[in-house]
Design a protein around this ligand. Structure first.
Ligand SMILES: [Zn+2]
Length: 155
């Protein structure tokens, strides 16, 4: 089976909330794609409930693009402790950190309907929790986001 970067991260050595450059990849045409780990909760110390992380996905999909250029994709982690984000190029982590903070501030303040929530637009449109999503965004901001270095597992 192919090696997967996130399985090499020592999840006991990180301190959430944080932004971490998970890896970069070169396309055949020479462009660089960077993948970031946007961690909201400390690994193995709880998880964001499915409805709330679904709403965070809908809100951060737009708000991260408002503050960070060339976003390709934002997706929830299966462990429900954060999001992955892929970006074209190699933006510096401090810029990503500021963009993530701004997107979380927008999310914590979001008091309008959740975007993309209808049977036509979403695959599970009844499974959302705006107030819990806003609270998770506020909690991450209160926790003091920082840039996290990768600590590899010693095997
Ligand atoms: Zn959805």
């Amino acid at each position: 089976m192919a090696n997967v970067e996130s399985f090499d991260l020592d999840h006991t050595k990180v301190k959430a909330p944080y932004v971490r450059l998970a890896g970069t990849k070169q396309t055949p045409r020479g462009d660089t794609i960077s993948k970031y780990d946007l961690r909201l909760l400390q690994p193995n110390a709880g998880a964001i409930e499915p409805a709330a992380i679904h709403t965070l996905e809908h809100l951060l999909a737009g708000y991260l693009r408002d503050h960070i250029e060339n976003v390709i994709d934002v997706s929830p982690m299966g462990c429900r402790t954060g999001m992955y984000m892929a970006v074209i190029g190699e933006p510096d982590e401090q810029g990503i950190l500021r963009g993530f903070e701004a997107a979380l501030r927008d999310t914590a303040a979001h008091d309008r309907p959740i975007p993309g929530v209808s049977e036509l637009e979403c695959g599970n449109y009844q499974d959302h929790n705006l107030s819990a999503a806003r609270q998770h965004a506020a909690d991450a901001l209160a926790g003091g986001l920082k840039v996290q270095a990768t600590v590899l597992l010693k095997r």
